[in-house]
Design a protein around this ligand. Structure first.
Ligand code: FAD
Length: 388
């Protein structure tokens, strides 16, 4: 049994802790604030395999298969619902691009198909069909409750013996050559250290700071925090906009109905570089911009009250693909999820745990694609298809 430290109590850190404990490893999980307080509890709930490159499609196909089994495995209702993702094409060129994406997704077993606007209207009764020519529809995509998902994993992780520490900030490492030998941390002003056999940096937007603590260049894995925001309306009757609905050419604007309370969550690619790593201030330009898109996608939303607006970070790499892999002998990273960390977590946590514990993984994760050293080599991947 090895002792493994995980830095970051967001969904990636918590899932990996659980998966490592399942493999019989001893895990100590550090979260400087409260669990989920980074990006995880601020996300839009979306889960999809509709990507536009092989690596992300294959990873997400596997992740959706994990999501399908989670409620049973974690013995908890995480409100996972396969209500689909519906992308809408507003031009002939976009229809052609959708067809090419669908072909690629189908090749790897993702059942997306092109649908006409009559069928789209049946799926989303409040949809404005007029501006659109066709939709890319995958009924197996879906959504889940980020709060319930994180706590379900955390509860099981603790049952399996994970030492999960909130309000405990990692502040440094002891390193011998390329090996991290100990983690230094602070809780309530008290500084302590613990000997470890391996370390995972799962600090997402904060990951460059952790890399620097490990003696690496802070921009070896260049991750920049962009402020992304959401608004939520008062509850509508269930069934109005259950899938995530998005015309990508409208600045990646989207709406998705909360699977429990029926409120409509509205997002868009109106982003701001975060001024600091605690810049969670919602902005008025986002509120105006996102609602303008939302009422054009679904005109009845004009009459719905907004009850909440909030902000969080997309921790973005230059190619919008995460950095997943080994940085030093026993120092690993899974960070820079660029807006996709919630949906990817079940697969990435499983793969990371297997890599750390066994040196290899059966998860179809293309390690080369996500190689954290690719930025240093100047080898960017094609940009991952963004939006929640
Ligand atoms: P985080 O949840 O950010 O966790 C990292 C943790 O590390 C933080 O809690 C932080 O406090 C902790 N930490 C940092 N430094 C230290 C330290 N020194 N010591 C101890 N702890 C430390 N993703 C999807 O898949 N689907 C969506 O629909 C979606 N929508 C989104 C909408 C919005 C508006 C936003 C902001 C994000 C969205 N995302 C979505 C992205 C998703 O939220 C993230 O990719 C995911 O939560 C990342 O999880 P994580 O565990 O890597 O990081």
């Amino acid at each position: 049994m090895s002792k493994i430290a995980i830095i970051g109590g967001g969904i990636i850190g918590v899932v990996t802790a659980y998966e490592l404990a399942k493999l019989g490893e001893e895990v100590i999980l550090f979260e400087k604030n409260y669990f989920g307080s980074g990006s995880t509890f601020r996300c839009a709930t979306g889960i999809r395999a509709q990507f536009t490159d092989e690596a992300n499609i294959r990873l997400m196909k596997h992740s959706v298969e994990r999501w399908e089994k989670l409620e049973e495995e974690l013995e908890s209702d995480i409100v996972f619902r396969q209500t689909g993702y519906l992308f809408l094409a507003a031009s002939e060129e976009e229809v052609e691009a959708f067809k090419a994406n669908i072909k690629l997704q189908n090749k790897f077993g993702v059942p997306t198909r092109l649908i006409d606007m009559d069928e789209a209207k049946e799926i989303v009764p409040i949809l404005n069909t007029e501006p659109f020519l066709a939709g890319a529809w995958n009924p197996k995509d879906g959504k889940a409750n980020p709060f319930k998902t994180l706590f379900a994993y955390l509860f099981k992780a603790k049952e399996l013996g994970v030492d999960a520490r909130e309000h405990t900030e990692v502040i440094g490492f002891e390193r011998e050559g390329d090996t991290i030998t100990a983690v230094k941390f602070r809780n309530n002003g008290k500084v302590e250290s613990v000997k470890v056999d391996a370390v995972l940096n799962a600090a997402n937007a904060w990951a460059p700071l952790i890399n620097e603590m490990a003696g690496l260049k802070w921009d070896l894995v260049p991750i920049t925090a962009y402020k992304h925001q959401l608004v939520k309306t008062e509850p509508l009757e269930p069934g109005q906009a259950e899938p995530l609905v998005c015309p990508p050419s409208w600045n990646d604007a989207y709406i998705i109905q909360d699977g429990e309370d029926g409120g409509i969550i509205c997002g868009a690619g109106i982003e701001h570089k975060a001024k600091s790593l605690d810049d969670y201030e919602p902005t008025y330009d986002f509120l105006r911009g996102v609602l303008d898109y939302a009422v054009r996608i679904a005109p009845p939303l004009r009459y719905a009250h907004v009850v909440r607006q909030w902000a969080g970070f997309y921790a973005k790499t230059p190619d919008s693909n995460p950095a997943i892999g080994r940085l030093l002998d026993n120092f690993y990273i899974a960070a820079g999820f660029s807006g996709h960390g919630f949906m990817m977590a079940p697969a990435v946590g499983e793969a990371m745990a297997e890599l750390i514990s066994k040196g290899r993984s059966k998860v179809p994760l293309d390690w080369e694609w996500y190689d954290p050293y690719r930025f240093e080599r100047g080898e960017l991947r094609t940009s991952a298809f963004q939006i929640g």
